[in-house]
Design a protein. Structure first.
Length: 439
């Protein structure tokens, strides 16, 4: 039996667009902002809306919420695109908003993906936000602290929208089945709805698009019922898109999660975050570099083999690539997680670098300068230098620090792992030097 599309004419628009809520009562999710008595709901209901930024992952209702606000406050609603909106166009519309303000008409300007607007485009809105000609609502999936100009950001309140829960998405899916597909009987199980919700990663738009595809490709029987079976589900569910943008904030969030899991000696969490990156297509060489840094920053002398493991895994990733090198990276993150931890090398350099920046012109003590020429020798370069290998203890009491930094300590060893041996050795050296400092 030939099956035609269930939708035609004006119904050809995406299901997510047809299901877009128009009131706060229809809006699903974000109860931390829109629940009874919550801040954003109170702002909207009291018609006291000021410029704001909605920051959250895709498909959580940023655009929908902006449209609801415009409708609820009886405002003129204007949208801008970073691709099509130039400075000239922005200023023209802003001048119209100025005129509307004098006529008592509010203008809400909605900027989707505001992080894509360059500095000049963002600056063009600033004077009109300052004088209240417009209420600006920006939506972004990126951290506004980095992507929105400080001057504009300081005049906007940031609201963080969370990804929708599976239960939120199931509410939307059931609503769509009852509302849009009401003329057809849809035979779909609750387990299938669960799978669609999980597949969506908290993205309502993705969930509704998937539902639309599954129902259109369902099996229509002689009773007019559309049956959704496992084969239909598998055919319509492509590889689940992981929440990981290699150029966005989540990229840095997840590498941070890996680093902190290894630091906290949690191999299971470390392997999970590693797999999140690799399955999303991250470059294994990038991960290997970060592990190599970790080996010295967080383990260092507590286990000097950690750096060897990291370098070997780095070369292994170069040698065989993905997917085979995933096991090498797994070996590395487990090793780093279990290894004893010490950040003494990192702290030593951090402390020394502060002094180095403040004292860039500190002269090298004459005693440890080379004297390859006669003039340098006459100027006392290298005079009094003590060659450690000529002594029985292989140590001398020679001062190598600039005079202004004498007795300054940067490296403080811990008692972790192998570093306890370095600590004992350093204490022995310091005692010897103290005992021989005036000799």
């Amino acid at each position: 039996m030939e099956q035609t599309s269930l939708f035609n004419n004006s119904l050809n628009e995406p299901l997510a667009a047809r299901m877009r809520p128009t009131t706060l009562e229809e809006f699903v999710g974000q109860t931390h902002l829109l629940g009874e008595g919550k801040i954003l709901r109170k702002i909207i209901e009291s018609d006291n809306v000021s410029s704001m930024i909605f920051w959250g992952p895709p498909g959580v209702g940023k655009t929908t919420l902006a449209k609801i606000i415009a409708s609820h406050t009886k405002s003129k609603f204007i949208t801008f695109s970073a691709v099509t909106s130039g400075i000239k166009e922005i200023k023209k519309v802003m001048e119209e908003a100025d005129t509307n303000k004098n006529l008592g008409i509010k203008t809400i300007v909605f900027i989707d993906e505001i992080h894509r607007f360059n500095k000049a485009q963002q600056d063009a809105f600033l004077p009109f936000v300052e004088k209240g000609s417009i209420v600006l609502i920006g939506a972004t999936t990126e951290n506004p602290s980095f992507e929105v100009n400080n001057a504009l950001l300081s005049r906007c309140r940031v609201f963080v929208l969370k990804e929708l829960s599976n239960e939120d998405i199931k509410i939307l899916l059931k609503r769509a089945i009852n509302k849009v597909f009401e003329k057809n009987i849809i035979n779909i199980t609750d387990d299938t709805l669960n799978i669609i919700a999980q597949f969506a990663n908290g993205d309502a738009r993705s969930a509704l698009t998937t539902l639309d595809m599954i129902i259109i490709n369902g099996e229509l029987d002689e009773t007019g019922t559309i049956n959704i079976n496992e084969n239909t589900l598998e055919d319509c569910l492509t590889k689940k898109p992981l929440l990981y943008d290699k150029n966005g904030e989540e990229h840095y969030n997840i590498i941070s999660a890996l680093h902190k899991s290894m630091r906290n000696s949690d191999p299971d969490a470390a392997v999970y975050w590693l797999s999140r990156m690799l399955e999303a297509g991250e470059d294994p060489i990038f991960i290997a570099r970060r592990i190599t840094r970790f080996a010295s920053e967080d383990i260092g002398l507590a286990d000097t083999n950690a750096l060897n493991v990291a370098i070997n895994v780095y070369h292994a990733c170069h040698f065989i690539g993905m997917p085979e090198c995933n096991v090498h990276l797994t070996e590395a993150v487990i090793y780093m997680s279990i290894a004893p931890k010490s950040n003494s090398c990192y702290k030593a350099y951090t402390l020394a670098s502060k002094d180095a920046k403040k004292m860039l012109s500190e002269p090298v003590p004459l005693v440890i300068r080379n004297a390859p020429t006669k003039l340098m020798k006459e100027l006392n370069y290298g005079k009094g230098y003590q060659y450690a290998h000529d002594t029985e203890e292989k140590i001398t009491n020679m001062e190598c620090m600039p005079p202004s930094l004498k007795n300054k300590v940067y490296y403080t060893p811990t008692s972790q792992g192998n570093e306890s041996k370095f600590k004992d050795r350093l204490e022995t050296i310091k005692k010897w030097k103290k005992a021989h400092q005036n000799k």
